[in-house]
Design a protein around this ligand. Structure first.
Ligand code: ADP
Ligand code: MG
Length: 227
């Protein structure tokens, strides 16, 4: 009990801190990015264009870290709505289509019965993007990712299955820990945020993985009718 209160207090403080950092830091980032872009449009040597690209990429990275922290620190669901799971998956394929194509990865959908859950559509979308982006990044050129939906009793079930690099049991246990990343320019925040959001939307997440073979993420949410 005591621990729970302490945790709630910490989250509250973290939330306030994150909100003020985001507010204070976002503006200068946006301004700097704008000037960088203007610089990039002027006549510059290739080498200098390269520097500007790096600078803009790094500013974008800072922005994505801020976004991740913000959604973690403010887990309360502002917009609970009835969300159609299959529609969310179609939307996901649209959003990540070019990212997948860039990595030469194919996104295959296997949509089962229509299911509806109660969720914040923007946050559910963020969760699906984070998990599927990881799947794409774990997959070699020419690989496929299966996005499967089905109805199981009173639950909507969603599988994100890749045939990528996979993980050891130890690695799976570390998923969701802040800053845990095996990537050169990873933030290690994506799954921490996603796990938290799934929890507040009354969902569960299950991971099966085999090193060198692939990974399956399974998300389960209570159906709206069942509540
Ligand atoms: P990031 O993507 O910035 O590294 P995440 O929190 O999204 O941070 O993921 C943390 C780590 O979990 C990744 O660096 C990777 O090692 C591992 N991981 C997540 N999803 C997969 C996957 N589908 N296949 C293999 N490894 C994964
Ligand atoms: Mg990630």
């Amino acid at each position: 009990m005591r621990r729970e209160i302490q945790r709630a207090e910490k989250l509250h403080v973290l939330g306030q801190l994150a909100a003020s950092i985001a507010h204070e830091v976002r503006n200068p980032i946006t301004v700097t990015r704008g000037f960088m872009q203007l610089l990039g449009e002027s006549e510059l040597a290739t080498k200098q264009q390269g520097y500007i690209k790096i600078a803009i990429d790094e500013l974008d990275r800072a922005e994505s870290i801020i976004s991740d922290y913000l959604s973690f620190a403010k887990p309360q669901l502002e917009k609970l709505e009835v969300v159609h799971v299959n529609a969310q998956i179609r939307n996901l394929v649209n959003v990540l289509g070019s990212f997948a194509a860039f990595h030469s990865v194919e996104l295959l959908t296997e949509l089962g019965d229509e299911t509806s859950i109660e969720a914040d559509p923007a946050k559910l979308s963020q969760v699906l993007i984070n998990i599927t982006k990881n799947a794409i990044e774990a997959t070699k050129n020419g690989g496929r990712i299966r996005l499967v939906t089905l109805r199981q009793k009173n639950h909507a079930v969603l599988h994100i299955i890749d045939e990528g690099i996979g993980m050891t049991e130890e690695q799976v246990l570390r998923l969701g820990n802040p800053y845990y990343s095996t990537k050169e320019n990873g933030t290690g925040l994506g799954l921490m945020v996603s796990y938290r959001l799934i929890e507040v939307m009354n969902g569960t997440v299950d991971v099966h993985s085999k090193k060198g073979r692939g990974t399956q993420f399974t998300l389960t949410f209570p159906l709206v009718e069942a509540q």
